[in-house]
Design a protein around this ligand. Structure first.
Ligand SMILES: Cc1ncc(COP(=O)(O)O)c(C=O)c1O
Length: 405
């Protein structure tokens, strides 16, 4: 057959590859390139022995149940254990009935989009924002409206202006999506005032908030307020999502939604048709780990480990980059985001030269921007490469920026 075009859905016809995944696939084949482009946790942090021990225990103790089909929302015992963990670590109450175990938080993003968005609806996000979230929203037909950020996160005064404008234009806003702690890609953390203001706006204009929280479980600075927005919510408007990808291992593909009461059933019904349920064995493994002190002990080790890498990157940026840059000093997460304010600097156009001539890779920041801006920005990952590679990679990028190619 020559062409399958006529068989494709309009979604499939229009879908675009994730630029990052394509880029990473190419870079992976070039062994001499230092990649600051990925977003992978360092595999040295994976608690392999704990996971192996728990997998054995689960299969021995739960027997056939550990490998059987299970409830769409997630195994009750797992949701119960997770509810306790969230109360303890993130400070909000959620009933196991309103928790939904998902296949990574990426599935949560898609599931929520599928449940809430009709084509043409508006989703408000930070600008820049997480690429794969923007992709999921767009796939369901959302019009994305970005709101500028600074080092304190989304500028909520601008958010309120935007909401007012959209409401006066008769637009349907489905939710406001934020990553309040150590945002991907920008590395920003929302201040307490902004979080309160965001909730006030949601209450005033009757809106939902989607809080994506993969990075607050360990941070590199003391005394920063990382209170969950969900913990400030008095009107059940916040849909909270998170994941074990950064605290245990992404390959287990377990995330969750702590949903407002009235949404949990609909989310469950939509998930039925995506995958019936998330992996039973992995859910039990998570529950066993959460029941012990192992999780806290493990998470406690992550902050000092990644802090060394973050500090290496920040120090190298100070040393090797020109002065005309704006960048975040993230309190957590995996990335530093840099805007290069050198006239003519275009991170998209220079990527090929960076890889071929300077042997260093980054993700052009433009992909994360909702309005086509950000050509002069780049996302730099510090979690995966070893410190000496981080320093050398930044040195090479410094040369690229100074020479503009
Ligand atoms: C902000 C944000 N949300 C969601 C995800 C998806 O994570 P996962 O599907 O592994 O839970 C990531 C992954 O990097 C992320 O940075």
């Amino acid at each position: 057959m020559n062409s399958y075009e006529k068989f494709l859905s309009s979604l499939a016809k229009n879908i675009k590859a994730s630029e990052i995944r394509e880029l990473l696939a190419v870079i992976r084949t070039k062994k001499d390139v230092i990649s600051l482009a990925g977003g992978l946790p360092d595999p040295q942090t994976f608690p392999k022995e704990i996971i192996a021990k728990m997998a054995e225990k689960v299969v021995a103790e739960y027997g056939d149940y550990s490998l059987q089909y299970s409830e769409t929302k997630g195994i009750y015992e797992v949701r119960e254990t997770l509810a306790k963990f969230l109360k303890d670590i993130r400070g909000f109450e959620t009933s196991p009935d309103d928790l939904l175990i998902t296949t990574g938080s990426q599935q949560a993003l898609y599931l929520i989009s599928r449940t809430l968005i009709d084509p043409g609806d508006v989703v408000i996000t930070e600008n820049p924002s997480y690429l794969a979230a923007l992709g999921a929203f767009k796939m369901c037909g959302a019009n994305i409206v970005g709101v500028k950020i600074d080092e304190h996160g989304m500028k909520t005064d601008l958010l309120e202006e935007t909401v007012k404008r959209l409401v006066s234009e008769g637009k349907k806003i489905k939710f406001i999506y934020v990553i309040p702690v150590s945002q991907n890609p920008a590395g920003t953390t929302m201040s307490s005032e902004r979080k309160k203001h965001l909730i006030e706006i949601a209450n005033k204009y009757d809106l939902l908030v989607l809080e994506d929280d993969p990075y607050s479980y360990f941070v590199y600075e003391e005394g920063v307020d990382v209170t969950a927005i969900k913990a400030l919510d008095t009107e059940d408007r916040v849909i909270y999502i998170s994941t074990i990808s950064k605290i245990l291992a992404p390959g287990l593909r377990i995330g969750w939604i702590a949903s407002p009461k009235h949404l949990s059933r609909k989310l469950e019904l939509v998930k039925q048709y995506l995958d019936l349920h998330s992996p039973t064995l992995n859910q039990y493994i998570l529950a066993e780990i959460l029941k012990t002190s192992l999780i806290k002990e493990h998470v406690r080790k992550l902050a000092p480990f990644y802090k060394v890498k973050r500090d290496t990157m920040l120090k190298a940026i100070e040393e090797y980059f020109p002065d005309d840059i704006w960048y975040t000093k993230p309190i957590g997460g995996l990335f530093v985001f840099v805007y290069v304010n050198v006239p003519g600097f275009n991170a998209v156009k220079l990527l090929n030269t960076a890889v071929e001539k300077y042997k260093v890779a980054y993700v052009p920041g433009k992909s994360f921007h909702t309005d086509g801006s950000g050509e002069n920005s780049m996302r730099l990952n510090f979690s995966y490469p070893p410190p000496e590679m981080i320093e050398e990679g930044i040195r090479r990028l410094g040369e690229l920026i100074k020479n503009k190619g």
